[in-house]
Structures are given as structure tokens and as C-alpha cells.
Design a protein around this ligand. Structure first.
Ligand code: NDP
Length: 433
């Protein structure tokens, strides 16, 4: 805490992992003598840069850009870029730290990193977004490469932004290096099922956890927070598996449609027209919109926080349990506060932490890199099948590790321990570097 003052989200993420590691250090004293924890907590490289750009009125604007390259013991740095006014070093470091362990859980050869900017895309024109992305990449490009560091999207960064970033990278370097960014459009190096992968994966993970209890998503009432990339495709897969999704949200409020959400309408509003979730009720007056309301008060059996960090607190968890919620899968990164996690654990709610439950996105990004490297294109069904197999493997790794370390059913411990051991072994093997 003294070494990284004010980085509260980073402290929270580190504490959560370290709390799981006691028994690991007993079993592996070499991790202690090799100072693995100290080394993992210190990113390999932290890049902070100025992003100047001109708005549509010709005024000069200045934002701050970040790329934190956390750890490359397992492969090139891999992790998304977030554009949101709340972004500062503490957020980027927490996300990068989580990313390292998530990537290790996938079993694929990718290290951990994360980046972004305090730029607020809301209300900006397409030209402003493009100019900002070009300026951002004009500095960042020198740190990237398919064998070095491979960013993707996150909050505020979707296919459109990846396109502008990729275009500028290509222009500056004169290389069509398609493996340098993932989440690309299908016409220019993107992979089938990447857009869907995080949301689908979270639901696959949820279904695996329910399977252990001889249960499934089928017939369950579900609530999903957010209405962005992860939320939309979580809703889609829940519906495909027979779940009834009754509510979702954005940062201004939530909609509740007890008959079940109309996903085609949500996609039209959010993906095509880039409107607010409040506009849902104009087309569906049967639903209600609650501005600034608490989504977690809506009764459900399955809850998927898919918006942002610390959006579900202890009080919300108590309410969810009271309303009969039996399982949580975190589509977002660290959306549940430590109090919330505790409440779910004590109530016996199946809880899939983000670094396991939302790893489908980055895993499919690795599949995109694989296709780019081999100049190949896979179809949707094949890619989705690979995703399902990867998630099954992650679930099994977490489940078995939790059992082995005396915490059966505790996916938080299972995920933290399994991923830490993998990274630590690699770091020991690579020496003090
Ligand atoms: P999007 O930008 O597509 O959507 C984000 C959604 O969350 C929007 O509905 C947004 O509402 C809402 N939101 C964002 N910030 C806040 C806030 N401070 N308070 C309330 N609501 C908020 O992002 P993604 O769907 O890509 O990302 C969502 C989460 O999933 C993030 O935690 C991200 O790190 C995580 N994730 C994403 C992956 C991916 O592949 N995209 C992979 C793994 C994890 P509004 O529009 O009003 O801002």
C-alpha cells in the first residue's frame, strides 16, 4: 500500500489473491525464496503518455494514456484497453493483475497486461473517436507487436475503436500485422465468436457450476447488469439455454421486463444506434425503467454482473440471497466487493469469479491470434466449440484445485491458486529476470 499509494482497486485485487496463497507458499517454499509475490506485484513495465487530439470545434484536448505490461512469463502481454473517465493507474494495474491470472487459467501462451485512457467516449462524434484513437496509437505502437504486447477491447473500446487503432498501427509501421490487436472486424482479420466470447463464456462457466449441483440455466430467472458487449452476449446465451432474463442496465438506470428482455431490441439500441437503455421502454411500454435504481433488488435465481468493478456490494448480495439467488458468474472484472463475495460464500451460493468466468474473451482472442498467425479463418460453430471446451477446462482446474487445497466449491480460491502456481512455476524456470 505504501509503495503504490492511492491505487485502491489494485490493493483490493492483490489482497484478494494473496489471501488465497498461504497454503501454496507452505507447499512451495521456493516461491518465497524466489520472491515470486514481490515480483508479480511489480509490473514489468508501466507506460503513461500524453494523448493530445482536436475536437470537432477545433479545440485541443489532452487525455492520459496507459499501458501496464504486468508479466510476460507465459507469453506476450495480453489484455484490453479501457476508455472511461474513471481510468487512472490504479484501475489499469488492478485490471492487468487480474488479467495475468485469468490468462494463465486459459492454459494458453499469453502473459498479462492492460491499458486505456481517461478519455470519455460518451457524446463524442465518430470523427472525434477516430482522431483520439489515432493519437493514442501514435504513442502506443512502439510498445506493441504480435510477440510483444497485444491489446484488445474493454469498456468503451469495441470493434470500431479497434479498427481505428489498427488502421493507425498499420499506417505507422507499414505492416499488416493482424496479430497485434484482437477484437478486429470479421472482414479484416477478426475471429468468429470473439464478440460473443466473454458473455457466452460466463454463461458456460455458470452452467458448469450448476452442473456440479445437478442443475442448469434452463428455466431460471436471470438478471444481468450492464448492456455493453459482455452483457448482451451473456443475455443471448442465457436465452439460448432456456434462461429468462428479466433485467439489465447501464450507468444511468435499469430496465425490468418480467416477460423476458427483447434482445433484438437491445442490440438495435446499443450496438446500432448507440442509445441509452432507457429508450427500451419507448418500444416496449410493458417494461419499466428505473433511473438510478438498484438492479440487484430485482428477484432472480441467477445473477451476472457484467458492467464494472465494485458494482455489487455486501448489501446487494444479502438482497440477492434473500430473493433466492443460487449462482453468480462475474462477466465483469471484480464487480463484487469483498463483502459481497463473503456473503455469497456463507450462503452457499455458487460463485464464479471474473478471472475464471470471463476468461472466454481473452481465450478467444488467443484463438484470433492463432488464426492470424496461420492465415486461417475458422467458422463460428468450430470456434464456439473451442470456447466451450476451454471454459470446461477452466472450471475443472478451479474446482479440482479448490478441493486439493481444502476449500471444496470455492472457485475464488481455486482460480487464484491454480493460476498463481502456473505463473510462479514459469517465473522460477525463467530465472531472476
Ligand atoms: P462496454 O463498454 O461494452 O459496456 C459496459 C457496460 O457497463 C455499459 O452498459 C456501461 O453503461 C456499463 N458501465 C460501465 N461503467 C459503469 C459504471 N461506472 N457504472 C455503471 N455501469 C457502468 O464494456 P464491456 O461489456 O466490454 O465490459 C464490461 C466488463 O466486462 C468490464 O468490467 C470489462 O473489464 C469486463 N470484461 C470485458 C471483456 C471483453 O471481452 N469485452 C473481457 C473480460 C472482461 P454506460 O454505457 O452507461 O457507461
Amino acid at each position: 500500500v505504501k509503495r503504490n499509494p492511492g491505487e485502491v482497486e489494485f490493493h483490493q485485487a492483490v489482497r484478494e489473491v494473496l489471501e488465497s496463497l498461504g497454503p501454496v507458499l507452505v507447499k512451495h517454499p521456493e516461491f518465497g525464496t524466489q520472491k515470486i509475490i514481490e515480483r508479480i506485484c511489480e509490473p514489468e513495465r508501466q507506460i503513461i503518455f500524453r494523448v493530445p487530439w482536436q475536437d470537432d470545434q477545433g479545440q485541443v484536448q489532452v487525455n492520459r494514456g496507459f499501458r501496464v505490461e504486468v508479466n510476460s512469463a507465459l507469453g506476450p502481454y495480453k489484455g484490453g484497453l479501457r476508455f472511461h473517465p474513471s481510468v487512472y493507474l490504479g484501475i489499469v494495474k488492478f485490471l492487468g493483475f487480474e488479467q495475468l491470472f485469468k490468462n494463465a487459467l486459459t492454459g494458453m501462451p499469453i502473459g498479462g497486461g492492460k491499458g486505456g485512457s481517461d478519455f470519455d467516449p460518451k457524446g463524442k462524434s465518430t470523427s472525434e473517436i477516430m482522431r483520439f484513437c489515432q493519437s493514442f496509437m501514435t504513442e502506443l505502437y512502439r510498445h506493441l507487436g504480435e510477440y510483444t504486447d497485444v491489446p484488445a477491447g474493454d469498456i468503451g473500446v469495441g470493434t470500431r475503436e479497434i479498427g481505428y487503432l489498427f488502421g493507425q498501427y498499420k499506417r505507422i509501421t507499414n505492416r499488416y500485422e493482424s496479430g497485434v490487436l484482437t477484437g478486429k472486424g470479421l472482414d479484416w482479420g477478426g475471429a468468429q465468436a470473439r464478440k460473443e466470447a466473454t458473455g457466452y463464456g460466463a454463461v458456460f462457466f455458470l452452467n458448469e457450476m450448476l452442473g456440479v449441483r445437478d442443475d442448469s440455466v434452463d428455466g431460471k430467472t436471470c438478471v444481468v447488469s450492464g448492456s455493453g458487449n459482455v452483457a448482451i452476449y451473456a443475455i443471448e446465451k442465457l436465452q439460448q439455454l432456456g434462461g429468462k432474463v428479466v433485467a439489465c442496465s447501464d450507468s444511468a438506470g435499469f430496465i425490468h421486463d418480467p416477460k423476458g428482455l427483447d434482445l433484438a431490441l437491445i442490440k438495435q439500441l446499443k450496438e446500432v444506434e448507440r442509445r441509452r437503455i432507457a429508450d427500451y421502454i419507448t418500444a416496449r411500454p410493458r417494461a419499466r425503467y428505473v433511473p438510478n435504481g438498484n438492479l440487484w433488488d430485482v428477484p432472480c435465481q441467477l445473477a451476472l454482473p457484467c458492467a464494472t468493478q465494485n458494482e455489487l456490494n455486501g448489501k446487494d448480495a444479502v438482497q440477492l440471497v434473500k430473493n433466492g439467488c443460487i449462482a453468480i458468474a462475474e462477466g465483469a472484472n471484480m464487480p463484487t466487493t469483498p463483502e459481497g463475495v463473503r456473503v455469497f460464500a456463507e450462503a452457499g451460493v455458487a460463485f464464479g469469479p471474473g478471472k475464471a468466468a470471463n476468461a472466454g474473451g481473452v481465450a478467444t482472442s488467443a484463438l484470433e491470434m492463432q488464426q492470424n498467425a496461420s492465415r486461417d479463418v475458422w467458422d463460428f460453430a468450430f470456434t464456439e466449440k473451442r470456447l466451450a471446451v476451454i471454459i470446461k477446462g477452466i472450471h475443472q482446474r478451479c474446482y479440482e484445485t479448490a478441493e486439493e487445497y481444502g476449500a471444496p466449491g470455492n472457485y475464488v480460491k481455486g482460480a487464484n491458486i491454480a493460476s498463481f502456481i502456473k505463473v510462479a512455476h514459469a517465473m522460477v524456470a525463467l530465472g531472476v529476470v
